[in-house]
Design a protein around this ligand. Structure first.
Ligand SMILES: Nc1ccn([C@@H]2O[C@H](COP(=O)(O)OP(=O)(O)OP(=O)(O)O)[C@@H](O)[C@H]2O)c(=O)n1
Ligand SMILES: C[C@](O)(CO)[C@H](O)COP(=O)(O)O
Length: 246
């Protein structure tokens, strides 16, 4: 059975500001989506992308990614109005022989291949659902409607969750098809699996798997990409995708 990555890439990038669909915004001269797909193509057998909903985008994105996906099979579908709907559409296009699925935001272009491999390894070790996450480093407070602090939350039990998230295919499909899932607008796929009552395994995340959400994130992404590219050839890691911040 094969492995696949589903890549929701249909968001508008409102928080990033003007400049077109976020997945097609440039990082080191190439679209965020290209960076993400190049990495995933090193790890999985099939990559399914949910493209921006613009006319002609499926054909354009197919042409853009075909030279970037390595030996992996590429499938591109039209994305939906929400992230959840985009993932659902991509899931519907998975080839029949795929058993394990990573779901990875195009908006996390620098997530290392090693992170995707560690998520897949946890699936192979028996987990039904696996998410990478980092400890929360800010102090977190709960507030009321008037922005008055109600309490300081114990951050030792909190995790900031990333992608790629990994699932046994049957579990992810069941989670998206469950009654009420459509109305939920979950912010991640693991949230839908949690509703099934199944355990979700956490593995260590990567600082470089941060999401490009606001303009400053793009500045950080350029710096991280440049640091990777500048890595000495003698390290054997020049230009590779392994973490520079570890
Ligand atoms: N209708 C949507 C909305 C989001 N996404 C994807 O989901 C990922 C995470 O979403 P986010 O970072 O919130 O992207 P946007 O929705 O584009 O951002 P914003 O909320 O600022 O508009 C991104 O890769 C985005 O392209 C998607 O495929 N379809
Ligand atoms: C899936 C995700 O990237 C995990 O952190 C995140 O929940 C996406 O959230 P967004 O509100 O769509 O940015």
């Amino acid at each position: 059975m094969r492995t696949a990555a589903v890549v929701p890439a249909a968001g508008r990038g409102e928080r990033l500001g003007p400049g077109g669909p976020k997945a097609l915004r440039l990082l080191a001269g190439r679209p965020l989506l290209v960076h993400a797909v190049q990495t995933l193509g090193q790890v999985v057998d099939v990559v399914v992308v949910a493209a921006p909903p613009d006319p002609g985008a499926v054909d354009d994105v197919t042409a853009l990614l075909a030279p970037e996906v390595g030996t992996a099979q590429l499938v591109v579908v039209a994305g939906g109005a929400t992230r959840q709907e985009s993932v659902r559409r991509a899931l519907a296009a998975l080839p029949a022989d795929v058993a394990s699925v990573l779901v990875h935001d195009a908006a996390r272009p620098l997530a290392p291949a090693a992170l995707a491999r560690s998520v897949l390894a946890a699936l192979e070790a028996g987990a039904h659902a696996v998410i990478p996450a980092l400890p929360v480093t800010d102090t977190v407070k709960r507030v009321d409607a008037d922005e008055v602090v109600v309490e300081t939350v114990d951050r030792s039990v909190l995790r900031a969750v990333q992608t790629p998230q990994g699932f046994r295919r049957v579990v992810l499909e069941q989670a998206h098809a469950a009654p009420g899932a459509d109305a939920l607008e979950a912010t991640d796929d693991a949230g839908l699996v949690e509703r099934l009552g199944l355990p979700v395994q956490v593995v260590p995340g990567s600082e470089e798997a941060f999401k490009v959400t606001r303009p400053l994130d793009l500045v950080l992404a350029e710096a991280v990409h440049a640091a990777r590219a500048a890595r000495p050839a003698s390290s054997g890691r020049a230009g590779d995708d392994e973490a520079v911040t570890a």
